[in-house]
Ligand binder design. Structure first.
Ligand code: CP3
Length: 329
């Protein structure tokens, strides 16, 4: 998730006030930012400091990330002619700084025994930014296009799928040990629309990445009705927000896939007692199942006290139990 900027004073101290995209273009700075939460929280993996709009930005689609708002597109995607603006993404050429950051982070994490999770935006979520031009509550233009012109929609998603594949392939080639495909806003869709208009492009990405032999995590917010489909799209791990308890999520996803989640980040704004009770409830709902990556259900909220997060990690390390799969059910 988006995390570092959300909680750490040491992040705010070195991040500067410019665009996050400038910070991402600076491998030394991005490396340090990636390492900060690992040092402070003792988490078991690092998430690469970048953003889901980086490929679109790097090929010159005209994307900015406005602080406190999110990705904003100067000239949103409006029709077939705009496909021309979405040429293939070549990380080595278009964003060599990304490659350099992956390499330097992987080098710095190796002695700590901590793996790096690479990531990309899923085609639907990236398309929603390119179409809406800014964060949206309704996704009206996005939904209108998929229904009005399914052929153009499929071509748009296919190009974005190829960009995600190029991005993830480069990250894995340079040492990322797992990948996460963020379809953060897929929960805006009905299961039928998701299956028809979104799943094929996400499956293309996850299948291609499957060839690379690293675990694939697939995450969205408000996706309780989509969990089974998001797993079936080709994920090894399905991310779950806080709305569905893990035992029910496991029932929906079915056997053979792990879950990631799902502490409500808002509970980390409350007292330690509240955060601890929420953490224990997540562990209890998982019931010792070995296929569980403990995480928040979405990103850290900006005003979170880092000490609470430190204590959550310590509590999970102390009390998280793994039972043999038969015993865990
Ligand atoms: O260190 C980390 O935080 C991890 C790196 C990371 C960022 N973005 C950096 C970032 C990751 C994994 C992302 C993914 C991302 N970006 C997603 C998918 C995950 C999710 O949270 O659902 C999405 C939807 C985006 C798009 C995006 N970028 C939004 C909506 C925003 C928020 C704007 C705001 O300020 O509230 C961003 C900006 C952003 N990307 C921040 C960070 C740390 C926060 C602001 C900043 O420091 O400029």
């Amino acid at each position: 998730m988006r995390q570092a900027g959300r909680s750490l004073p040491e992040y705010r101290a070195i991040r500067g006030t410019g665009s996050i995209l400038d910070a991402i273009r600076d491998p030394e700075l991005s490396t340090e930012i990636t390492l900060q939460p690992v040092r402070r929280y003792g988490v078991d993996a690092a998430i690469f400091y970048s953003d889901i709009v980086v490929p679109a930005y790097a090929i010159g689609f005209g994307v900015e990330v406005v602080p406190g708002v999110g990705p904003v597109v100067a000239e949103p995607f409006a029709g077939r002619a705009d496909l021309e603006r979405l040429r293939p993404y070549e990380p080595d050429v278009d964003a060599p700084w990304v490659i350099e950051t992956v390499r330097s982070v992987v080098g710095a994490l190796a002695p700590l025994g901590v793996p790096l999770i690479g990531f990309a935006g899923a085609p639907f979520t990236v398309a929603s930014y390119l179409l809406e031009g800014r964060p949206s509550r309704t996704y009206a233009r996005t939904k209108a296009l998929m229904h009005e012109d399914p052929v153009l929609w499929a071509e748009l998603l296919d190009r974005l799928a190829d960009q995600a594949i190029a991005s993830l392939t480069a990250q894995v080639a340079h040492g990322a040990a797992a990948v996460q495909l963020f379809d953060s806003w897929a929960g805006a869709l009905s299961a039928a629309d998701y299956e028809r208009f979104v799943l094929p492009a996400s499956r293309k990405v996850l299948d291609a990445v499957g060839e690379l032999g690293v675990p694939r995590i697939h995450f969205g917010v408000g996706t309780g009705e989509l969990l089974a489909l998001m797993g079936a799209a080709g994920a090894d791990v399905v991310g779950v927000d806080w709305r569905v308890p893990l035992d029910e999520a496991r029932r929906r996803v079915g056997p053979g896939r792990a879950l990631q989640g799902n502490l409500d980040p808002a509970l980390c704004l409350a007292s330690w007692e509240v955060a601890a009770a929420g953490t224990r409830a997540v562990l209890a709902a998982n019931a010792g199942h070995p296929g569980h990556v403990f995480n928040l259900g979405h990103g850290v909220l900006p005003e979170t006290d880092p000490e609470i997060l430190e204590r959550v990690v310590a509590l999970v390390h102390a009390e998280g139990r793994v039972l043999p799969v038969e015993a865990a059910g």
